[in-house]
Design a protein around this ligand. Structure first.
Ligand code: BDR
Ligand code: CA
Length: 313
């Protein structure tokens, strides 16, 4: 039997976070030790509530802990235009059976790392506030972090400003802590996630799987597609699911090691992930940046994950 990799899911669900977690919970490779919420797409109260609803939907039995109420330094930025007022608008979801534990996200993560016999993978799919807090408060636990697979940034472009992607823009100081930490990082930024597009024929294929989770995933994708079409995208970029896929299906991606700096100041570029693609800074690489993906294989992976939850009626 394959030994499962211990992981922690940290996100701000969010439609694509939710689909990322459906993918993670379906994977026989992963042992989900905890779920932690972060303030991003919506307030921390709403993302925590949504996290509990998603966990209940997929039957994920792990501790859930609430993250910090705001970014390290900046005020919160939320994204109701993208994810709706609830942070996860669309299909009805079960009320959470998973209530947050009586400790904050950072404390829970630290306890899990301390207790783990082997290093743990972190999957942040929102702003990096909780992960930076963990690294700042518990630097001795860095060796217990095997790898950080994150969704954030974009070497070639942004989405919330011309230069910056949402997750990094919301908390650039946190991103700076993470990217300078020395912990191995794989970055699923916009360069790849805007290639990870889903179209109506894809979510109809997932809907046809017929079980309750597949039906909800199809509805989330339908919602996400509608928003992205309204702003000119050809399909729905399922950003956060690429971070999970990077561990469980790396062979469908192309990746480049490079030095990535986080711009924390500037009139136009705060929150930018500055990737030294040409190596002109002569600095050692600190991130493996995903630059390409086989879109069809990615959709196959989502459909396989949906089928994991049963055959349906
Ligand atoms: C990121 O921003 C959020 O809206 C999504 O959940 C994703 O993590 C994409 O820029
Ligand atoms: Ca997210």
């Amino acid at each position: 039997m394959i030994k499962k990799i211990p992981v922690i899911l940290d996100g701000d669900p969010g439609h694509d976070d939710a689909i990322a977690w459906v993918l993670a919970a379906a994977s026989p490779m992963l042992d989900i030790k905890a779920v932690t919420s972060v303030c991003g797409n919506q307030t921390i109260e709403k993302t925590t509530y949504n996290a509990g609803r998603i966990m209940t939907l997929v039957g994920l039995d792990a501790p859930l802990a609430m993250g910090r109420v705001k970014p390290l330094v900046a005020d919160a930025i939320i994204a109701p235009t993208v994810h709706g007022n609830s942070g996860l608008d669309g299909p009805a979801l079960p009320e959470p059976k998973n209530k947050p534990v009586d400790k904050d996200a950072c404390t829970l993560m630290a306890e899990i790392l301390e207790a783990s016999d082997e290093p743990v993978v972190l999957f942040p799919t929102g702003p990096l506030t909780n992960i930076a807090t963990l690294l700042l408060l518990y630097p001795h636990l860095k060796p217990k972090i095997r790898h950080i697979y994150l969704m954030g940034g974009g070497i070639d472009f942004g989405n919330w400003t011309p230069a910056a992607e949402f997750n990094i823009l919301v908390d650039p100081e946190a991103a700076d802590v993470v990217f300078t930490s020395g912990v191995p990082i794989t970055m699923a930024g916009l360069d790849v996630t805007e290639q990870a597009l889903v179209f109506p024929e894809d979510f109809e294929r997932i809907r046809a799987v017929g079980n309750a989770v597949a039906t909800v995933v199809a509805e989330w994708l339908d919602f996400f597609y509608g928003f992205h079409r309204s702003i000119g995208y050809p399909g729905a970029p399922v950003h956060d699911a690429v971070a999970i896929a990077a561990l469980i299906r790396p062979e469908i991606m192309t990746m480049v090691d490079m030095f990535v700096a986080i711009e924390t100041t500037g009139d136009y570029c705060r929150g930018t992930t500055v990737g030294d693609k040409l190596g002109v800074l002569n600095r050692p690489s600190n991130a493996r940046v995903i630059m390409g993906i086989d879109r069809k294989a990615f959709v196959d992976l989502l459909a396989e994950a949906a089928a994991h939850y049963g055959k349906g009626a």
